[in-house]
Design a binder for this molecule. Sequence first.
Ligand code: ATP
Length: 246
Amino acid sequence: MLIREKLVEGFKRGIVVPEGLIAHGRGECFDYLIGESTQPFALRAIEAAVAALLLAKHPVISVNGNTAALVPREVVELAEEVNAKIEVNLFYRTREREEAIAEWLRMHGAREVLGVGEDALATIPELFSERRRVSPRGILVADVVLVPLEDGDRTEALRRMGKTVIAIDLNPLSRTARAANITIVDNVVRAMPLMVEKARELKKKTREELARILESYDNNRVLQEALLHIYKRLQELASSKLTLDL
Ligand code: ATP
């Protein structure tokens, strides 16, 4: 309920669009199937994601309306821990919305927010409309991009540009989940605080140790495990008593 209130508040502030509310509904459905808790496959992806961000030369956290509304403080904290830039990147881009999101992030401690107004003058090849605009100091030159709640087209375009893409997506079957290098199948409100915690822990490791974490990571296996988890959960539920005694 608290999550919905944050989105409604974000909607009133001009940060979240109606389409974002629909996207959230789809996420909630998968969260229900997963059991609304962080599973081991998500923890493994979080570890690999943080290792990739710490090893990156130019890490960027791409922020859309829902992410800004749900986890603004965690975006700022994670950016500080892994030394990443924060860039506003919207599917439905307007100047007012970009600025509302940047202001919201600054209220939560962000020192610099890229991708607002003239700063978003570079373009991602193969994408059309306002979705293709990115900052030449941010996503354009990034080697690792964290895209909580991204759409499939942009994830694929970023991959084709040679970037390592980390997605947070509750749907293990979405194009985003399948196109990303590392997919955290978990709710962004649970995953982001865990990423901040993990960054504080992994910062103490050597680059070799971080590289080993990344080498042993298998995203296909993680997506398979997410589906198996849902499958087993539904199987258990299907063989239990479902009706409520009132
Ligand atoms: P794709 O284009 O990747 O196939 P899609 O068109 O189904 O995805 P979008 O509407 O672009 O999806 O984005 C919504 C995605 O974000 C969905 O996959 C949904 O499960 C996920 N999502 C929504 N809310 C959350 C959340 N709070 N945490 C994690 N994932 C979420």
